[in-house]
Design a protein around this ligand. Structure first.
Ligand code: TXD
Length: 311
């Protein structure tokens, strides 16, 4: 019998621990949790293992402060780093988190040459590019999570506004994770009907605005730390697509090679995700305004990556 997929989660904080929880509850594989804080990954792994008899999962859960246990992982989720505090932007985290993510990637790739890396740490788009460079992996095997979360937020607000099941609602939010996100109302639907046919423009604008501010709204409420339930659920949707080779089309931060007129930068785009990572960036038929905003997001990310390269 084939072994269960091996999923490593680096950073056993709010997002990382919830990723581990959802991943074992969905029986996606065995999980290794890594963190620098002594005892925390070990304690959370043990605690989650003891939920197994109740939730009925047999996954192996290991916690560690080192990387030896991560060898030959199939999927590695990187959440290590600092999270936003009230008043901080995602970009305030750039240099500190670059140092952390850079060293994590080195440790991981030395032991897992065939893994798919899923980046979560902010500022997301720049961290994905940095991880790809450090890893020496093909671009398809390094991907970032942001669009699934931003789209889930948009879907939630649409469902609440129209009083319909979230299951009826699809949405695409592309672009950067932050001020340059590009929600696409024309490609956001309720039972197949674009929301542009269901809601007036002012209402859609308000939902788009709330989506763009979705992370900050939660940071403002929590006061310490940022959102983690929806972020970790979004990561696990991507881990599922990879571990089970579902080839779902999801909005993810993927490498561009000319799609939407953008090249050689990681950007939030719809992509087909499976065992080999991103196997295709899907091109939607965007209008001039949507294209312009997506290209502007790409240039913003490119500039941030150039700042990092100067380090
Ligand atoms: O959409 C998205 N991509 C995001 C991104 C959604 C939510 C959170 N997003 C970002 O993920 C957030 O801005 C942070 O940069 C990361 C992790 O967020 P989380 O809320 O989980 O932060 P925590 O609870 O502070 O956890 C971070 C953990 C913490 O336990 C640290 O001890 C650990 O990272 N850490 C490290 N682990 C391993 N190795 C090193 N070097 C390290 N440094 C810190």
């Amino acid at each position: 019998m084939a072994a269960r997929p091996k999923i490593t989660v680096v950073g056993a904080g709010n997002v990382g621990a919830s990723v581990a929880q959802y991943a074992v509850e969905k029986e996606l594989g065995d999980v290794v949790l890594v963190d620098v804080v002594e005892g925390v990954p070990q304690g959370k792994a043990l605690d989650l293992a003891q939920a197994g008899p109740i939730h009925r999962y047999d996954a192996a859960l290991v916690g560690s402060n080192g990387y030896d246990e991560t060898g030959d992982s199939d999927v590695v989720v990187i959440t290590a780093g600092l999270a936003r505090k009230p008043g901080m932007t995602r970009d305030d985290l750039l240099f500190k988190n670059a140092e952390i993510v850079g060293s994590v990637v080195e440790q991981i790739v030395a032991r897992s040459k065939n893994a798919i890396l899923v980046l979560v740490t902010n500022p997301l788009d720049a961290m994905v590019q940095l991880a790809w460079k450090k890893s020496g992996f093909q671009t398809a095997r390094v991907v970032g999570m942001a669009g699934v979360l931003d789209s889930a937020r948009f879907r939630t607000f649409i469902a609440q506004e129209l009083q319909v099941s979230v299951e009826n609602v699809t949405a695409f939010v592309l672009g950067g994770h932050g001020d340059t996100m590009v929600p696409l109302p024309r490609y956001s639907t309720v039972a197949g009907i674009p929301i542009t046919e269901l809601l007036p423009k002012e209402k859609i604008d308000a939902l788009v605005q709330r989506t763009a501010n979705g992370g900050a709204e939660i940071v403002g409420l929590l006061k310490t730390g940022s959102a983690y339930y929806a972020p970790s659920a979004s990561v696990v949707a991507m881990v599922n697509a990879i571990a089970n080779d579902t080839r779902e089309i999801l909005p993810v931060c993927a490498w561009t090679t000319g799609q939407y007129g953008v090249s050689d930068v990681y950007l939030g785009v719809p992509a087909r995700l499976g065992r080999a990572g991103v196997d295709e960036v899907v091109e939607l038929d965007l209008n001039e305004d949507e294209l312009a905003r997506l290209r502007e997001a790409a240039e913003g990310i490119r500039a941030k990556c150039e700042d990092l390269a100067k380090l």
